[in-house]
Design a protein. Structure first.
Length: 346
């Protein structure tokens, strides 16, 4: 139904209008008594064989929703009923910000891809917390945190600290986002020295809490092998809990979409099928080079069951969907989990 009826209708609208309409309609229909229960029966699979325990958290299944879809924690309960094992909100910044000028979200249908330059548009930490306080679902929540656009890099510590401390009671794990290509200068924080300082600062804050929470680092797919070696060292030295590989890419190689269309769209991070191969390469490199020293959450180009299995076999412990969820719908979550149940390899 999604691919035959709903998606064609949504794809007649601009990508961002379709996103907002989807949120409004989902909120409306899921408020009808019984709708959440029907969706749970359609999409959720509960089995001990699907459970994965990582950094002290037991995930009911290994398929999560990546950050960027529900930035402001507006649809936690609704999305939880679609079978996700965990949901990552954000990227959240301390203060609300509008993000970059529109249009800023584009579909590449020939490539099953999406280009976005949203720019951490979100309603701020307080709005997210207000919603998290009201949620009814017990789904595992990750908090993806970043800095405001107007905050200079030398003061970024304050923004990450603010988000960390305020979100701490309401999320199960944290993701430090320094890899989005859509906030000017943000990726400079991926360099070894500033990244070490930031992660050590957050780990020190974490260790002062009564119960520590996992901290993960989300990295770009555009890093060189030398930079990936640095990431391995940084994880070992800071003792953070793991890595999410990968964010969107600034590469435009191998696309079927006409070059003129790509040039017209302009800057932004590319996700979806074109990212799949590189994301898997990064996962495999980190896993093999570190001798599986830390957990990896694999994200990027998971458009099918085979894509998800490829990430898991490359060394990911969990996977996340974003573009695949938009193109394939919630049935993809169930298909991946059903296949994992039948597989002896993952």
């Amino acid at each position: 139904m999604y691919k035959s009826i709903i998606r064609p209708l949504l794809f007649k609208l601009s990508a961002e209008k379709a996103h907002h309409l989807t949120f409004s309609l989902t909120k409306f229909f899921f408020n009808i008594p019984g709708v959440k229960a029907i969706n749970r029966s359609l999409f959720q699979i509960n089995s001990p064989k699907l459970e994965r325990e990582l950094f002290g958290i037991k995930f009911p299944n290994p398929v999560g929703l990546a950050a960027g879809f529900d930035k402001d924690a507006k649809l936690i309960d609704e999305l939880a009923s679609l079978g996700f094992g965990f949901i990552e909100i954000g990227t959240i910044t301390p203060k609300a910000q509008p993000g970059n000028p529109q249009p800023r979200l584009f579909r590449l249908q020939q490539d099953s891809g999406i280009i976005n330059r949203m720019g951490f548009n979100n309603q701020g930490i307080e709005a997210a917390i207000d919603r998290l306080k009201k949620r009814k679902s017990k789904v595992i929540i990750g908090g993806n945190i970043g800095k405001n656009k107007v905050t200079p890099n030398e003061e970024a510590f304050n923004d990450y600290e603010n988000c960390f401390l305020q979100l701490y009671p309401y999320v199960d794990y944290f993701v430090v986002n320094v890899s989005s290509p859509n906030t000017p200068g943000l990726r400079e924080l991926q360099e070894k020295k500033p990244l070490m300082q930031l992660l050590n600062h957050l780990m020190n804050l974490n260790n002062r809490q009564e119960n520590t929470k996992p901290i993960l680092l989300k990295i770009a797919p555009d890093l060189t092998n030398q930079q990936l070696d640095d990431i391995i060292e940084i994880v070992a030295e800071t003792k953070i809990d793991g890595v999410i590989a990968t964010n969107t890419t600034i590469s435009r190689e191998g696309l079927s979409t006409p070059k003129s269309t790509i040039e017209e769209i302009g800057n932004g991070g590319l996700s979806g099928k074109p990212l799949g191969k590189r994301a898997t390469e990064v996962i495999r490199y980190l896993n093999e080079k570190s001798n599986a020293a830390f957990p990896i959450i694999g994200v990027g180009g998971i458009m099918s069951v085979e894509d998800a299995l490829e990430k898991l076999e490359a060394g990911a412990s969990l996977v996340q969907l974003y573009s695949g969820f938009i193109y394939e719908g919630p049935a993809l979550i169930k298909k991946i989990n059903k296949t994992i149940l039948k597989s002896s390899k993952v």
